[in-house]
Design a protein around this ligand. Structure first.
Ligand code: ZN
Length: 167
């Protein structure tokens, strides 16, 4: 197994639309093991393949109930609203209150190609939406209001200038 470096904000792979997964179960098994190790080490509750530079439609997650994987997932149902201080391993150190649907249901496949479905409210619903956004090349910043996004980008820019000063 291997821990991958996590790609961060500004890396073009995070903005690319990921390709459908066509790999066989054996190579996916290895990829999933590496992704889980990388996610737990970070630590995070979800990790999408583009975050480790692999532009493919697969993510892993564990909200404390054990790991799961979705291959070529799609959101098939959303309802309610929930505001949550959301963060992302690719924008480390920031959390923004983001309002999204509370409940989400996603349909996809396991690594062997069997259909799977995951659904849930609150954190589960949030993880499904957040990880599938990554597969569409979308970061959580895109879910902020225009004004909040502007402020967030300013904060990130100022912080990175600040840290460059310490080099
Ligand atoms: Zn993320």
């Amino acid at each position: 197994m291997a821990i991958y470096p996590i790609r961060t904000f500004g890396d073009p792979v995070l903005r690319a639309t990921a390709a459908d997964v066509t790999d066989d179960a054996e190579s996916l098994e290895r990829l999933v093991a590496d992704m889980l190790e990388t996610m737990y080490e970070a630590p995070g509750v979800g990790l999408a393949a583009p975050q480790i530079g692999i532009s493919k439609r697969i993510f892993v997650a564990d909200i404390g109930e054990g790991p799961f994987t979705m291959v070529n997932p799609e959101i098939v149902d959303l309802s309610g609203t929930w505001t949550f201080d959301e963060g992302c391993l690719s924008v480390p150190g920031y959390y923004w209150p983001i309002k999204r649907p509370d409940f989400a249901k996603a349909r996809g496949f396991d690594i062997e190609g069997n259909p799977v479905e995951f659904e849930g409210e609150e954190l589960m619903g949030r993880v499904l939406q957040h990880e599938i956004d990554h597969l569409h090349g979308m970061l959580l910043l895109e879910r902020l209001s225009r004004r909040a996004k502007k402020q967030a980008l300013r904060d990130i820019r100022e912080d990175s200038v600040g840290s460059a000063g310490h080099l």
